[in-house]
Design a protein around this ligand. Structure first.
Ligand SMILES: Cc1cc2nc3c(=O)[nH]c(=O)nc-3n(C[C@H](O)[C@H](O)[C@H](O)COP(=O)(O)OP(=O)(O)OC[C@H]3O[C@@H](n4cnc5c(N)ncnc54)[C@H](O)[C@@H]3O)c2cc1C
Length: 417
């Protein structure tokens, strides 16, 4: 008896008792991830990580600029689980753990891990009496993985010589980190590629990952091509015609200035010195390089990373006095350039400002099983949220089950806009 051809096997009824069983090639699942920032790359990584080992999977990541083309690439890279008033943020432990896990994944993918994450903590001097009392109160309810220590002026000086703590009290988060966002995203993409190779080498299923430098003009362009399309376009999600005006997002442009200590000057930032949070933050990159941020221009629609000379001058005028109040010698550092990004700010909920997740078929007018998804509104805390929420998003997409996402993140869909 001749063996049936693959065509005969696949077209025959599976209940036929007389056919040889041939290994079936599982159909290829295709997913489109729109945007290669914190949100998009976290989803891409988690889709690969959590898809069944024997599945044939193809992920297409679309970004009109490339990796880190939006707010993620220019962000300050400060990562800790507290609000500006030092209150623990919603589900801080899960967010913190998963963010650190993804940082580790990215670091493992490159030879120079030290260039991605600077583990020196973050220092926040109290700026008013009220500020000090609130911070002190919250310092007792910190997260074990990122505790807050209350320190006096001397201890703060030991960490950062020249720092001013107007109320002789600072709050120090020794486990907080500061990330170089662009290098981190590039390393995370590399980690995705490495994972694809490892999964393919197991011989169980074929995995593919493609990055396309393409601008997506409308969601329905992708209709029929994918099992699911996940929109991770940051502040520009609202520009898609199918979503425009339907997302409860406000936009806010922020400028970040790059400062360097001139070669002929001493007073390098100490190698063990933490980054600084205050009305303006200083994200330290090295002994002679730091980023100072950031401005808050509400309602701006300008997502360009380029900053004109006038905009840079305005930003410096606003930021320098705030930074000098806590680190006066920063006045001697030289301005060498500025970049900007557009934040996608979600509404305030009883749990704080939470990103917007969920299936958006009903918003764009489709009634099929889940297909179009949104992962947006990461606000000013994208680094903290991206790891855990990217994982939840991938689980929901793979199983086509929105209920896997905590209701706090999907409740925006039930609120009348
Ligand atoms: C000045 C500033 C400082 C910040 N500092 C911090 C910080 O210190 N810590 C922190 O946690 N967060 C910080 N944030 C917030 C953080 O940057 C955001 O929460 C985060 O970047 C949002 O990530 P995202 O992936 O949702 O969006 P984005 O990073 O904006 O990514 C969206 C991507 O989609 C692409 N895209 C857009 N439209 C299209 C289209 N039509 N077709 C194809 N591709 C498209 C873009 O090129 C971009 O790469 C800061 C933000 C700003 C602006």
């Amino acid at each position: 008896m001749r063996a049936p051809s693959p065509l005969e096997v696949s077209s025959a009824s599976s209940s036929s008792p007389f056919l040889f069983s041939q290994p079936q090639i599982p159909p290829r699942l295709r997913y489109a991830v729109l945007g290669a920032g914190f949100a998009g790359l976290s989803v891409a990584y988690n889709l690969l990580k959590q898809s069944p080992k024997d599945s044939n999977l193809r992920i297409d990541v679309f970004d009109e600029v490339g990796i880190g083309g939006g707010a993620s690439g220019v962000s300050g890279g400060l990562l800790h689980p507290y609000s500006p008033k030092a209150k623990l943020l919603w589900r801080a432990a899960e967010c913190w753990d998963e963010a650190l896990r993804l940082l580790n994944v990215a670091e493992a993918a490159v030879p120079d891990a030290a260039a991605i994450v600077r583990r020196r903590g973050i220092l926040r001097p109290a700026l008013s009496m009220k500020n000090m009392m609130v911070l002190e109160d919250n310092a007792h309810n910190g997260l074990a993985g990122c505790r807050i220590e209350t320190i006096d002026e001397d201890a703060a000086q030991n960490l950062v010589p020249g720092i001013c703590s107007p109320f002789n009290t600072s709050f120090y988060m020794p486990q907080a980190v500061n990330v170089h966002p662009q290098r981190y995203l590039e390393a995370l993409f590399l980690a995705c590629q490495t994972l694809v190779k490892e999964l393919c080498a197991s011989g169980l299923g074929v995995k593919e990952l493609h990055l396309h430098k393409v601008s997506i003009q409308k969601l329905l362009e992708l209709e029929g091509e994918y099992e699911a399309v996940i929109v991770c376009l940051g502040a520009k999600a609202d520009l898609l015609p199918e979503l425009s005006g339907r997302l409860p997002l406000r936009t806010c442009r922020g400028v970040v200035a790059h400062l360097q200590l001139p070669d002929n000057m001493g007073g390098e930032y100490p190698g063990f010195g933490p980054s600084i949070l205050s009305d303006a933050w200083l994200a330290v990159q090295g002994p002679r390089s730091l980023y100072m941020g950031s401005t808050w221009e509400w309602k701006s629609r300008n997502s360009s990373p380029n900053v004109s000379a006038d905009e840079a001058a305005e930003a410096l005028k606003e930021l320098l006095p705030k930074a000098c109040r806590i680190y006066p010698v920063v006045r001697d550092w030289t301005f060498i350039g500025a970049r900007a990004g557009l934040r996608a700010m979600p509404p305030l909920t009883p749990h704080g400002s939470l990103p917007l997740l969920g299936c958006v078929n009903n918003i764009i007018g489709l009634n099929q099983t889940c297909k179009y998804w949104l992962f947006g509104g990461l606000g000013s805390r994208g680094l903290l949220f991206h790891g855990w929420l990217g994982k939840l998003m991938a689980q929901a997409v793979l199983s086509c089950n929105e209920d896997l996402i905590p209701y706090e993140l999907t409740s925006w869909k039930r609120t009348k806009q």
